[in-house]
Ligand binder design. Sequence first.
Ligand SMILES: [Fe+2]
Length: 297
Amino acid sequence: MTIKAPYNEMYDCAPTLTDQQVIDVCRNGYLILPGVVPDEVNQQVVNYLDTVDSTYAPTLIMTQDWFVEGVVKNPQAAGAVRSLLGRNFTLPNLIANHRGPLPWPHTGGWHRDGGSIYTPALEYLQVFYWPEECTDDMGPTEVLPGSHFMRTKAPLMAHYGKIAGAVSTAGPAGTIFLTVYSIWHRRTRATSEPRGKSTFRNLLKYNYWRTSPPQRDWIIDPTLDFNVVDFEPPQVGQFEQFHGGIAAARMFCWLCGIDDQYVKRGGQCWPILSARVPLVHDGADQMGIPSPLRRHV
Ligand SMILES: [Fe+2]
């Protein structure tokens, strides 16, 4: 059914991510939700992109109730967005489609999208959706975990080839993945002929924005000990020692609404002892851990 497109409308739902999952987004810079959109919706989307709007900006798909309900307000995806952006986040006002021919012999250059800034603040999320299965030979986007904090100018990264630790976003039809906007990513080479209904690799992309101040109102785990949580991104070798974990911890504190209590004094301040070095004194708090996250308040 056609509806009035809910561009920029505020939306709220129950958060679905736990403390650890929020920390993992801070560390990695992305979250993949495989196959969360129902297949009948995926098929309607592919049909729309092939027969109604095959442009690179099929934003009017926001006038279709099955798209808004099944994709934009998808319970698992919106629950993750709600966890990270707080109550009453805004719905997209632009839908892009990275619609690539199959096969496609070129690998895209590593880049971060235009307008990226480096900040612990998470004011918006860039979200992607595969309406059909995308396998590794169909040119999926790959992302570099932890790179959302790596300060490199886009022209200085474009020539890089394979980077150790890069992760494919390939997944079954209905996969949605959320990214911190500044994460390094690129399109990979597609060697496959089309295997789905569409002769293209369709990848929709859209943004949600925060309207509420950050607070720790996702699914709280009262047993989590922030002294031993690992904040380091998986590829620690790409950072100056510990700085990936320091940046991730700062983003987590910002999301908790306690950024003003995170004072990084340098050296062995939290969270670096939790990252790769076991705590010497079991039961002690690390220097610099914000008081709401301490064992001993
Ligand atoms: Fe991009």
